[in-house]
Design a protein around this ligand. Structure first.
Ligand code: PLP
Length: 449
């Protein structure tokens, strides 16, 4: 049964009352609902399914693990799957980040980073350090700790009294700037905002700075100028502040390299959060990678006071390991770089047809476009058009899945993530762009643009 109207009321609930079609099956870049309608997954779910749906090698590895054991509590047993995934993950990390802690998702990974950083401060006689500076717009997760770092007011405001709101600086939204600086100069200037914030807060109270190396859905794939992250690293070093990268969305090949930081290797973090493409939707899995010096100091001081029941779950780790095998066997980061170029060129081509596309940006297969009412001023579309929701719904009706946000707090653009699985082929990019062009045309007619 497909029609959402025909279905019985559900006991299940998510954000709204809106019902969605029943998912029947998924393979490669395609998904089918129960009526047989096919969708091109142009956003890999929520930028998750990096290796594509239904990969037989991953499914076989999971079945093999299921035949052995699906759970072993970490305080009772170690498992080969977790051991091996930690070893292989460490090999892909920036030098020194060779200690891996498993969790079940991105929010848990971010929570773990904050708690490890804080316990490192305690272990090294820096009790006064507790503030974690982040950016706006940004998204770091929905648990209260990760939310306190999130720079998207609509998500944080309802919980304000329950959170210790953390200080935030603007993300380098250079495409909105109308000054005469070069992008490199702008990158340095945006980085200096961190220095100013550290001084305003009192450097002795600042524990860490957390940043998505390439912005995710909250910024619409914001790529910083090359000068930005290296300068951020210098500033953190100047004040002895830990640098945390949230690579939940950018990790596992999405940007055309294995990690976002691999584009700026000199700007190495101290701690990193991973999830999404790390197990590519085959199991709930995330990880924190941390510098050995930090982990050793915390363990020496009595242990890491943190943990989850499902941490290091063998089935999730077996899935993660098989996903990593596929990422490497198929050289998917390289494919993301190659196909990302084609996708980017095609999206820029749509700008000729649709003057209300104000910007196309991204790296690899983390691409996004933003809708505006005026390309020169980058004035957003009127809120009443509800563009972020309408275009996604129109595209969905036509069989294309894309992902959108209308970010509030600092910047108000309707932007859309176009991030197919990294296995996407050239012909599928053409199909995606065809469906997207039709959807934009239908949206323009409806909105009178
Ligand atoms: N960090 C980033 C950059 C994300 O994009 C997300 C999810 O979208 C998270 C953290 C939270 O991950 P999860 O939804 O798996 O808890």
């Amino acid at each position: 049964m497909d029609s959402t109207a025909d279905r019985a009321p559900s006991h299940l609930f998510y954000q709204t009352r809106q019902r969605r079609p029943l998912l029947e099956r998924a393979e490669g870049v395609y998904m089918w609902d129960a009526s047989g309608k096919r969708y091109l997954d142009g956003s890999s779910g929520a930028m998750v399914v990096n290796i594509g749906h239904g990969n037989p090698n991953v499914l076989a590895a999971m079945r093999a693990q299921m035949d052995k054991a699906t759970f072993g509590y970490r305080l009772h047993f170690e498992t080969e799957a977790a051991e091996e995934l930690a070893r292989r993950t460490a090999l892909r990390m920036p030098e020194g980040l060779d200690r891996i802690f498993f969790v079940s998702g991105g929010s848990e990974a971010v929570e773990s980073c904050i708690k490890l950083a804080r316990q490192y401060a305690l272990a090294t006689g820096q009790e006064q350090r507790w503030k974690v500076i982040s950016r706006f717009p940004s998204y770091h997760g929905s648990t209260l700790g990760a939310l306190a770092l999130t720079g998207t007011a609509t998500m944080t405001q309802p919980f304000a009294p329950m959170m210790q709101e953390m200080p935030k600086i603007p993300a380098p939204t250079c495409y909105l700037d109308r000054d005469n600086f070069s992008d490199e100069e702008r990158g340095r200037r945006y980085a200096e905002l961190l220095r100013e914030e550290i001084l305003r807060q009192g450097p002795e109270s600042v524990l860490a700075f957390i940043v998505e190396p390439v912005g995710g859905a909250s910024t619409g794939a914001l790529v910083p100028p090359d000068s930005y992250l290296p300068r951020i690293r210098e500033i953190c070093d100047e004040f002895g502040i830990l640098l945390i990268y949230d690579e939940v969305m950018t990790g596992a090949g999405r940007t055309g390299r294995f990690l976002g930081v691999d584009h700026w290797p000199a700007a190495r973090p101290d701690i990193m959060a991973l999830s999404k493409g790390f197990a590519a939707g085959y199991a709930p899995l995330g990880a924190m990678a941390a510098d050995g010096r930090i982990v050793e100091a915390v363990l020496d001081a009595g242990g890491f006071v943190h943990g989850y029941t499902y941490a290091g779950n063998p089935l999730a780790c077996a899935a993660g390991l098989a996903v990593l095998d596929e990422l490497e066997r198929l050289d998917l980061p390289a494919n993301a770089a190659r196909r990302g170029e084609s996708l980017r060129t095609a999206l820029e081509g749509l700008m000729d047809r649709f003057p209300f596309i104000g910007d196309v940006r991204g790296l690899g297969l983390l691409q996004a476009f933003e809708l505006v009412s005026d390309r020169d001023t980058m004035e957003p579309l009127p809120k009443e058009l509800n563009a972020h929701a309408r275009l996604v719904d129109i595209a969905f009706d036509k069989g294309l899945i894309i992902y959108s946000r209308r970010t509030r707090g600092g910047h108000k653009g309707d932007h859309f993530m176009v991030c197919p699985p990294l296995i996407v082929e050239e012909a599928q990019i053409d199909e995606l762009i065809g469906l997207l062009g039709d959807s934009l045309e239908a949206f323009a007619r409806e909105a009178g643009l």
